[in-house]
Design a binder for this molecule. Structure first.
Ligand SMILES: [Zn+2]
Length: 121
């Protein structure tokens, strides 16, 4: 199949293709075809990475690992380590400012580690 000038063929691993096809079938983002779906998804990932690199909304937070069903976020501004747990389909934070809607939980939802952690549950 000929490809457009400037485009590039990329080999994707089977597990990646299966995951992408699953997401495409679910239809959470509408796209006229699979190729457009994958391209738009990757553009969004690039935009998100560029945004986070430029604005650093969570520069005071770091992922500090997981243990026994909890994730830990180090907060150098407040000098605390927040423990994040998952319950009833929400992430909760145990730090004093805590709720399911603090910086720590917002930061946690931006981490790929959270997706891995939730997958294991
Ligand atoms: Zn918190």
């Amino acid at each position: 199949m000929p490809i457009k000038r400037g485009n590039k063929l990329v080999e994707l691993r089977e597990e990646v293709v299966k995951g992408l096809e699953r997401e495409y079938q679910i239809g959470l983002r509408s796209a006229p075809d699979f190729t457009t779906f994958v391209n738009n998804l990757l553009l969004d990932v690039i935009r998100r990475e560029e945004f986070l690199a430029k604005y650093k909304p969570f520069s005071h937070l770091n992922y500090a690992g997981s243990h026994a069903g909890s994730l830990f976020i180090r907060d150098i501004q407040r000098n605390v380590i927040a423990e994040i747990t998952y319950k009833d389909e929400l992430l909760y934070c145990n730090s004093p400012d805590s709720s399911s809607d603090c910086d720590h939980t917002r930061f946690a939802t931006s981490l790929i580690d959270v997706a891995k952690y939730l997958q294991e549950k």
